[in-house]
Design a protein around this ligand. Structure first.
Ligand code: NAD
Length: 332
C-alpha cells in the first residue's frame, strides 16, 4: 500500500481527480490517498493558498498528484503551482505529447516530449512596479539550473531510448540569459554523443505546427516550456489530454498541464485523460508498470473505438461515464 499526497484543486480539479482515483483503483494498485487542500479555499483559514501542511505531506510521502488550482490573473496571490515547484525544488517538468491512434486530430504520428526548466526564468517571482509607469519582472537564468535541466534531458533521452534532443531558446535577443542556457546546452549535448540541434523559440512554434513529427525530446527555459506545451496539446486533441510530471531530487508531483477550466467546472464535462495519464506517469515512477500498462491499453481502446468521448473530443460522454468505461476496459 502506497501513501500518496492528493491535492484535488478547484474548478474541474475535484471532478478529474475523482475519475483518476477510480481508474487507478481499477488498475489494481492500492493507494492510501492523503488528501490536502490548497488554493483559494485555504486562504480564509490559513491566510495562504499554500499552507505548510501541503509541503510537509509531500515531503513525507515523496509523491503527490494534484488537480489544477486557480490563480487570479494580474492580481492576488502567487500561483500555488509555481510555489510548489520552487519550495520542493521540482526542477524538471516533463510533458509527453502523443496522439492516440484512432482519435481524429489534425496530425498523426506526434510523439514528442517537452522538458521545461521549472524553477526560474520568467517565473522567478521577482516583480515590481516602477510608479504607474512600468512593471518589471526579473528573468533569472543560472548556471546550476541550466546544468541540471540539460543533464536531466540528456538522461531522459538515453533512458527512454529516444532519438534526438532539441534545445529551445531566444539567445539571439537575450544573449546573456538564454545565451548561458544555450552555451551549457551545446556543450553537454555535444559531450552526450546524442543527435542534437537547437532552435529559436519562435521558429520552434512554427515548426511544431508545420511538422510536429520531426521533433522528439525538447528542452527549454520555463516560459517557453509553458507556452509550447499548450501548443503541443493543441496538436493532439487539446488540454484535456496532456499529462506532466514535476520531478525534483527528493519528491515528484504529477499533474495535468491544463488549468481549472472554470467555464465547465461542476458540469461533469471535463476530460479526465490528462490527469489519468499523469497517474500513469506516477505509476511508472513508483515501479507499477503492469498497472500503468493496463490503463494505457484501456485508453488506446477507448480512443480507437471513439464511442465514449468527452465533449472537448467531439463526444457527449460525461467525466464519470468516460472514467467508468475506462474502468470496465481495465477490469475485463
Ligand atoms: P485552462 O487550462 O483552465 O482552460 C483553457 C481551455 O481548455 C478552456 O476552454 C477549458 O475549458 C479547456 N480545458 C482545460 N482543461 C480541460 C479538460 N480537462 N477537459 C475539457 N476542456 C478543458 O486554462 P485557463 O483558462 O488559462 O486557466 C484557468 C485557471 O487555471 C487560471 O486561474 C490559471 O492560472 C489556472 N491554471 C492552473 C494550472 C495548474 O494548476 N497546474 C495550470 C494552468 C492554469
Amino acid at each position: 500500500m502506497y501513501t500518496i499526497t492528493l491535492i484535488p484543486g478547484d474548478g474541474i480539479g475535484p471532478e478529474v481527480t475523482k475519475a483518476m482515483k477510480k481508474v487507478v483503483k481499477a488498475s489494481g494498485v492500492d493507494i492510501n490517498w492523503e488528501e490536502v487542500k490548497a488554493g483559494m479555499e485555504t486562504i480564509e483559514e490559513y491566510n495562504t493558498p499554500l499552507p505548510d501542511y501541503v509541503i510537509d505531506s509531500i515531503k513525507k510521502n515523496k509523491i503527490a498528484i494534484k488537480g489544477p488550482v486557480t490563480t487570479p490573473v494580474g492580481k492576488g496571490f502567487r500561483s500555488v503551482n509555481v510555489g510548489l515547484r520552487q519550495k520542493l525544488d521540482l526542477y524538471a517538468n516533463v510533458r509527453p505529447i502523443k496522439n492516440f491512434k484512432g482519435l481524429k486530430n489534425r496530425y498523426d504520428n506526434v510523439d514528442l516530449v517537452i522538458i521545461r526548466e521549472n524553477t526560474e526564468g520568467c517565473y522567478s517571482g521577482i516583480e515590481h512596479k516602477v510608479g504607474d509607469y512600468a512593471g518589471e519582472t526579473i528573468k533569472i537564468i543560472t548556471r546550476p539550473a541550466c546544468e541540471r535541466i540539460v543533464d536531466f534531458a540528456v538522461n531522459y533521452v538515453k533512458e527512454n531510448n529516444r532519438k534526438k534532443l532539441t534545445g529551445v531558446h531566444k539567445a539571439n535577443i537575450m544573449k546573456i540569459s538564454d545565451g548561458l542556457f544555450l552555451d551549457i546546452y551545446n556543450k553537454k549535448a555535444e559531450e552526450s554523443g546524442l543527435d542534437y540541434d537547437d532552435l529559436i523559440v519562435d521558429a520552434a512554434a512554427m515548426n511544431l505546427v508545420l511538422n510536429p513529427e520531426k521533433y522528439d525530446v525538447m528542452v527549454m527555459p520555463n516560459l517557453y516550456g509553458d507556452i509550447l506545451s499548450d501548443l503541443g496539446a493543441g496538436l493532439v486533441g487539446g488540454l484535456g489530454m496532456i499529462p506532466s510530471a514535476n520531478i525534483g531530487k527528493d519528491c515528484a508531483v504529477f499533474e495535468a498541464v491544463h488549468g481549472s477550466a472554470p467555464q465547465i467546472a461542476g458540469m461533469n464535462k471535463a476530460n479526465p485523460t490528462a490527469l489519468i495519464q499523469s497517474a500513469v506517469m506516477m505509476l511508472k515512477y513508483i515501479g507499477e508498470f503492469d498497472a500503468a500498462n493496463k490503463i494505457e491499453k484501456a485508453l488506446d481502446e477507448i480512443f480507437s473505438e471513439g464511442k465514449i468521448l468527452t465533449e472537448d473530443l467531439g463526444g457527449c460522454a460525461s467525466t464519470d461515464e468516460f472514467a467508468d468505461e475506462l474502468c470496465r476496459k481495465i477490469e475485463c
